[in-house]
Design a protein around this ligand. Structure first.
Ligand code: NAD
Length: 479
C-alpha cells in the first residue's frame, strides 16, 4: 500500500518520522500512516504531468481505452483490500464500500469507450474552396481536487475522464482519504499507465491546493467539495486564467405528492437521506410532503428510520456507520438546536455516540430554519409540510443550492411540470435524489456548481476546440 505522494510513476521515499497517523472514524484510533505533501511535492507532480503530456496526448484512443479497461480488472481483483480501506479510512459501511467498488469498476469500463468518441466538425466556410474543420485537442495538465465521502468513485471519475480525453493528471484527494487516493495511483500503475500521466499528492487543502490553482501549466481544475471552498477555488482559477469545473454542495428536495404510494415514498426517502449517513451531496435532506399525507408519512417514516442498524461498519446489516469526524456531530447538534428553537420538532434521533450520529427525523421544518437552509452532511431528514403541489414546488426551489431533486407521483402532467420547473441540475421522477451513472451529465446549478461530469459531456469540458482551415486551390484576395 502506498503511503507517500505518488509522483512520476513511483511513491516518494521519506523518513518514517515525517508520517502522520491515519484515523479510523469508527474507532477514532490510528490504523495506518501517511506522508502529507509539502507544496514542493505538488510542484514536482505538476512537473511530471507536464513532461508526460505530449506523449500521452498523442497515444491512440485504443491504448487509452485498454488502460482504463485494465484498471477496471485490477480494481476488481483488489476488491477486498479496497473495501477494507473504504471502511477503515472513509467510515464506509460494508454495503456502501462494496457498492463504491462495483460502481467504479463499471465506470472505468463505461468511460474507456469515450476515448474513441471524441468528435469534431466540418463546417461550411465563407471562402470558396476552403474546408473549415473543428477538432478537439487535450488540454494538457488537468488537476482534480476531491472530497472524502465517495473517495474512490469521485476521484477515479475525474482521473479516468481526463486521461480518456488525452490529458495528464494531478490528483489531490481529501486529507481524510489520502490512502484511497494513493490506492487509485497503484491501480493505474498496475494497469500499465505510463509514469507522469497520473500523479497523486495527498495533502492539506490550504497548504498544497494553492500550487494547483496558481501554476500556469495546470489548464483546468476539476473540483468536487463544499460550496465555500469551491467558490474560493473559482476565484483563484479566474485570477490565473484557468478553466474550472465545480461540483459542490446540495440541499436536495424529495417531493412526495398526495397520490404517491406511501410505503414506496418512505422507502425512497429513507434510502435518499440515510445512505452513507447522509454524507452525500445529492442526499434528499429536505423531504417535502403534501398536507393530506403529511402525518401518515411521518408516522411510517419514523417507524422505518427506527429500524436502521447503527454501529459496526463491517457488519453487513449496518446502515448507519460513523461520520467522518467528531466536529461534524457537534455541527449537526447545533443546527438541530437552532431549528428546534424556532418551531421544528425532533421526532427521532438528534443524538450521537462517538462519531455515530443516530438517524434523525425533524418535522415541521420551514424556510429560514437551519435544517431547511444548510447542508448538514449527516443522517438528518428535515420534513416539510406543503399545502399543495404548487407550494411544494415553491418550497423546493427556495434554496441557494440546485444539485439533485426528486418527485414522487403518478400524475405524469404534474411530474413533468416539476421536471421542467425544479431549479436543479438533475430531477428524478419516482426515484430518490441519490443517483449517479458514469455517462450521464452529473452536476448542479446555483450554489451547487456549474460543471457536468460524465461521459461525452466531460469530453467536451476536458478538451479544447481548435479551428483549422484548408484552402483548396488558390484564394482570391482584394488586393
Ligand atoms: P471540502 O470542500 O472541505 O474539501 C474538498 C477538497 O477541497 C479536499 O480535497 C480539500 O483538501 C480541498 N481543499 C480545502 N481547502 C482548499 C484550498 N484552500 N485549496 C485547495 N483545495 C482545498 O469538502 P469535503 O468535506 O471533503 O466534502 C463534502 C462536501 O463536498 C459537501 O459540501 C458535499 O456536498 C460536496 N460534494 C459534492 C459532490 C458533487 O458532485 N456535487 C460530490 C461529493 C461531495
Amino acid at each position: 500500500m502506498y503511503t507517500t505522494p505518488y509522483i512520476n510513476g513511483a511513491p516518494l521515499e521519506a523518513p518514517p518520522a515525517s508520517f502522520i497517523d491515519v484515523i479510523n472514524p469508527a474507532s477514532r484510533r490510528p490504523f495506518s500512516k501517511v506522508l502529507m505533501a509539502r507544496p514542493e511535492h505538488m510542484t514536482s507532480a505538476i512537473d511530471a504531468a507536464y513532461a508526460a503530456k505530449d506523449i500521452w496526448g498523442r497515444t491512440l484512443a485504443a491504448e487509452r481505452e485498454l488502460i482504463l479497461q485494465r484498471a477496471a480488472d485490477v480494481l476488481e481483483g483488489a476488491r477486498q483490500e479496497v473495501v477494507d480501506l473504504l471502511i477503515d479510512e472513509a467510515g464506509s459501511t460494508f454495503g456502501k464500500a462494496q457498492f463504491e467498488v462495483s460502481f467504479t469498476v463499471n465506470m472505468l469500463r463505461a468511460v474507456s469507450g469515450e476515448a474513441r468518441r471524441i468528435q469534431g466538425n466540418v463546417m461550411p466556410a465563407d471562402v470558396p474552396g476552403m474546408m473549415s474543420i473543428a477538432i478537439r485537442r487535450p488540454l494538457g495538465v488537468v488537476a482534480g481536487i476531491a472530497p472524502f465521502n465517495f473517495p474512490l468513485i469521485l476521484a477515479t471519475k475525474k482521473v479516468c475522464l481526463a486521461i480518456a480525453a488525452g490529458n495528464t493528471f494531478v490528483l489531490k484527494p481529501s486529507e481524510e482519504t489520502s490512502l484511497v487516493g494513493l490506492k487509485i495511483a497503484e491501480i493505474f500503475q498496475k494497469a500499465g499507465l505510463p509514469p507522469g500521466v497520473l500523479n497523486v499528492v495527498p495533502g492539506d487543502g490550504p497548504t498544497v491546493g494553492p500550487v494547483l490553482l496558481t501554476d500556469p501549466r495546470v489548464r483546468l481544475v476539476s473540483f468536487t467539495g463544499s460550496t465555500a471552498v469551491g467558490k474560493m477555488i473559482a476565484v483563484e482559477c479566474a485570477k490565473h486564467g484557468k478553466k474550472v469545473i465545480l461540483e459542490l454542495g446540495g440541499k436536495s428536495p424529495l417531493i412526495v405528492l398526495k397520490d404517491a404510494d406511501l410505503d414506496y415514498a418512505v422507502a425512497t426517502a429513507c434510502f435518499g437521506i440515510f445512505i452513507h449517513q447522509g454524507q452525500i451531496c445529492m442526499a434528499g435532506s429536505r423531504i417535502i410532503v403534501e398536507a393530506p399525507i403529511y402525518e401518515a408519512f411521518l408516522e411510517r417514516f419514523v417507524a422505518k428510520a427506527k429500524t436502521l442498524k447503527v454501529g459496526d461498519p463491517r457488519d453487513p446489516h449496518t446502515v448507519i456507520g460513523p461520520l467522518i469526524r467528531s466536529s461534524q456531530c457537534g455541527l449537526i447538534d447545533g443546527k438541530i438546536k437552532e431549528s428546534v428553537a424556532v418551531g421544528a420538532r425532533v421526532l427521532l434521533g438528534g443524538t450521537h455516540e462517538g462519531n455515530f450520529y443516530h438517524p434523525t427525523v425533524i418535522a415541521d421544518v420551514k424556510p429560514g430554519m437551519a435544517a431547511f437552509r444548510d447542508e448538514l452532511f449527516g443522517p438528518v431528514a428535515a420534513v416539510v409540510r406543503a399545502q399543495d403541489a404548487d407550494h411544494a414546488l415553491k418550497l423546493a426551489n427556495d434554496t441557494a443550492y440546485g444539485l439533485s431533486s426528486a418527485v414522487l407521483t403518478n400524475d405524469l402532467q404534474l411530474a413533468m411540470k416539476f421536471a421542467l420547473e425544479l431549479e436543479a441540475g438533475m430531477v428524478h421522477i419516482n426515484g430518490p435524489t441519490v443517483h449517479d451513472e458514469a455517462t450521464v451529465p452529473f452536476g448542479g446549478v446555483k450554489d451547487s456548481g456549474n460543471g457536468r461530469e460524465g461521459g461525452h459531456w466531460s469530453m467536451d469540458e476536458l478538451t479544447e476546440t481548435k479551428w483549422i482551415t484548408i484552402q483548396l486551390g488558390r484564394r482570391q484576395y482584394p488586393f
